[in-house]
Design a protein around this ligand. Structure first.
Ligand code: IVH
Length: 701
């Protein structure tokens, strides 16, 4: 099941961990944060931190686990590759795990890698093959008896999604290749699915003309396209694939040929080129020593912007496969290879001012307002400065010229100050009082952030309401961030309880509101009253309580106020609830104002108690998905169909719109089907999956 995490809260927690000295107790939060970023990167394809920051977190976790080996758990991110899979495709196991690569950022890192190889190889002579690190989506292709029989995504490294039909639509992936002439019976090739940058730009131009949303970058587009439901749509995306590795290769008798008949990675790649595959050609080299490797990777770093594919670094691999085999791998990466990551793209601009934003937990985040500057395809005018320590550490002053970096497509960050350009600058004076309510700010021990602890602070209240109504929490249809802000301004809302006291007459009188939109909002608010308890728990915005913890808590209680009786110690006994989280939950429920708020919510009709049905374990197979049935149904009645959707955690909706995920079409489906097809055509991708009754039954089987 897909986890629901809140980006803003995770960003605050990430910053906290990045800029403080970590202690043993941080291990649980650190793992949760790394899991979150893995999920954002691998599954959502929307990373929000840079690789450097990710590596820092990962390294910190490893260090903590090294210092306290008793803290290592089998599901720690250090023990595996990445996160779970989506439910759209059949899951298949990789015969050989698809690992990650460890990263290097400079010549020293590469020298250290070289030394470790020299040591582990007993100083026998060897070469390195150096090739581009393509920034796309990894793929594993299995050929048997010369035919492509299976294609899979990397997934979590152990299991991937089976996307054979889609892979067959990719030019440069041959359906047939004469492997048998090399005595090969079965072979797995690994590579990266990419889009040529010129093609990507013209695709975007066309989309813009057609009034469609433009794609963010080639990697996300490649990754998203690979997972489209309809292979015909995949064909339209101009995907290509570069093969960079053989996973395994066996002869007729099932004997592994890597390290036997095939002993050089470089030669393997050349062989694949001869068989019709697209591989790194001129872009790769064989080097006998690390100095040449360093020269080659730096040369590519200088010319990366002239290359027609997005690359985010180079990969250095021991060429001799016997040596590769003897070096082996950790659970995370092979010891015989390392990625050299290019520096993020950088621009220099002036810091004009600093604004201080108050988050829903009271954390005050300084935000740099910059003279707008173009950087890696976007205009940057506002960048988070994280906290007061960050400003001190980077010696940032108002009026300074700052170096802004953006790695891949993650959010931009300030890498440092250009001191040569410093003229007249002003010291940054971090506020001592909340910019919204003026309460004195406090900095809790061990934390990097200053907080406003006034529970009535309007800025916090606004953020709390925004969080309460958000998708991951109470998911109130018709109410988003902008509407909350507007209602706050109009004096219609000042806290969470007010959502259930809204004056709809007054809303109707506001500019831009019509009877229908007011009705939708009223319905959305009414529906939210029946949300499961875990959603309410998430919505309350208790620090460190995301959906995973909320679901654990829900299992333990009958009514939400049962939690008032739980002590921090008893909470900490629950699976995955650490002392810090336990403390936070307990103090929330001990707070009298919070207790009163829960009583009020109950009075307004918000569900605060589990029903009998809640206690029956429900399936979550359709969670987060919407359905509509159309045409003559032969396998079940319309009412039964709707019931099945609900029983499995899905949602029924009444009309065809881009919000619909599945249209289940029976015989003689008419206008709804046509409308769905139109929406898909207009979007240029399959937003609404049209499925049969049998397909639907299979989804819940
Ligand atoms: S070799 C066992 N070579 O980088 C390791 N990977 O962070 C096999 N990638 O998931 C990886 N270009 O998708 C290798 N020339 C290249 C690559 C490459 C891109 C990707 C690959 C992998 C990720 C590792």
């Amino acid at each position: 099941m897909e986890k629901v995490w809140n980006d803003d809260e995770m960003q605050v927690q990430t910053d906290n961990l990045l800029y403080k000295k970590l202690v043993k107790e941080d291990v649980v939060v650190l793992r949760e944060i790394i899991n979150f970023h893995d999920w954002k990167y691998y599954l959502k394809a929307e990373p929000i931190i840079s690789d450097v920051e990710y590596d820092k977190l990962f390294k910190s976790l490893k260090e903590l686990e090294n210092s306290y080996p008793e803290l290592v758990t089998s599901d720690s991110p250090t023990q595996r590759v990445a996160q779970a899979l989506t439910k759209d495709f059949k899951t298949v196991a990789h015969t050989v795990p698809m690992l990650s690569l460890s990263n290097s950022y400079n010549a020293e890192d590469l020298n250290a890698f070289d030394e470790s190889i020299i040591k582990l190889s007993n100083r026998e002579g060897f070469s390195y093959c150096v090739e581009p690190k393509f920034d796309g989506a990894s793929i594993a292709l299995v050929y048997e008896n010369d035919r492509l029989v299976r294609a899979a995504t990397r997934g979590n490294g152990t299991e991937g999604e089976e996307i054979t039909a889609n892979a067959r639509e990719i030019k440069r992936i041959p359906h047939v290749a004469p492997f048998s002439k090399f005595g090969i019976h079965k072979i797995e090739l690994r590579g990266e699915v990419v889009i040529e940058l010129e093609t990507f730009d013209s695709m975007n131009e066309q989309r813009e003309k057609a009034g469609l949303k433009v794609f963010q970058n080639s990697r996300n587009t490649a990754s998203g396209s690979l997972r489209m439901k309809d292979p015909k749509e995949v064909a339209k995306r101009n995907l290509e694939a570069f093969i960079y590795q053989i996973g395994f290769v066996v002869d007729d008798k099932g004997n592994e040929m890597l390290g036997e008949a095939f002993t050089s990675h470089f030669q393997n790649i050349e062989m694949l080129a001869g068989l019709g595959f697209q591989v790194p050609g001129q872009e790769k080299t064989l080097s006998k020593n690390i100095e040449d490797v360093v020269g080659f990777v730096k040369g590519w770093e200088a010319k990366r912007d002239n290359y027609n594919y997005e690359i985010d670094g180079m990969v250095v691999k021991v060429d001799n496969l016997r040596l590769q085999n003897s070096l082996g791998s950790t659970a995370h990466h092979p010891r015989w290879a390392i990625a050299y990551k290019f520096k993020a793209r950088q621009a220099t601009t002036q810091l004009l001012n600093i604004e201080y934003q108050v988050g829903r937990t009271g954390a005050v985040t300084p935000v740099a307002k910059l003279d707008p500057v173009r950087l890696a395809g976007v205009t940057v005018s506002s960048v988070s400065l994280h906290n007061a320590d960050f400003i001190l550490e980077k010696d940032i002053h108002i009026g300074d010229y700052v170096k802004v970096e953006r790695a891949g497509d993650v959010i931009p960050y300030i890498a440092g100050v250009d001191l040569n350009k410093r003229k007249q600058v002003g010291e940054v004076i971090f506020p001592t009082n909340c910019p919204s309510c003026e309460a004195k700010l406090v900095r809790p021990e061990g934390e990097a952030v200053w907080r406003c602890e006034n529970v009535e602070c309007p800025a916090q209240a606004e953020e709390r309401v925004i969080h309460f109504v958000s998708k991951g929490a109470m998911d109130i249809d018709g109410m988003g961030k902008d509407i909350v802000k507007r209602f706050m301004l109009e004096g219609l809302l000042s806290n969470i309880e007010d959502i259930y006291r809204l004056d709809y007459e007054q809303i109707l009188a506001l500019e831009g509101w019509k009877y229908k939109s007011v009705e939708n909002l009223r319905q959305g608010v009414a529906d939210s009253m029946q949300q499961p308890l875990w959603r309410l728990l998430v919505g309350l915005g208790i620090r460190h309580v995301g959906s995973a913890t909320a679901k654990i808590l829900e299992k333990q209680i009958q009514r939400i106020d049962d939690l008032e009786r739980w002590t921090p110690d008893s909470l900490a006994e629950l699976e995955d609830v650490g002392p810090k989280v336990a403390e936070s939950i307990s103090s929330f429920f001990q707070n009298e104002e919070n207790q009163q708020m829960l009583k009020n919510l109950e009075q307004f009709g918000v569900k605060v108690e589990k029903t009998k049905e809640d206690n029956i374990l429900k399936s979550t197979k359709l969670e987060g998905l919407t359905f509509l049935f159309t045409g003559a149904l032969s396998k079940f009645s319309r009412d039964k169909a709707k019931e099945l959707v609900e029983e499995n955690g899905g949602k029924n909706i009444s009309g065809v719109s881009a919000k619909l995920n599945y249209l289940v079409a029976g015989e003689k489906a008419g206008s709804k089907l046509t409308k769905a097809e139109k929406i898909n055509d207009k979007a240029g991708e399959t937003l609404i999956h049209v499925i049969s009754e049998d397909d639907f039954l299979e989804m819940i089987a």
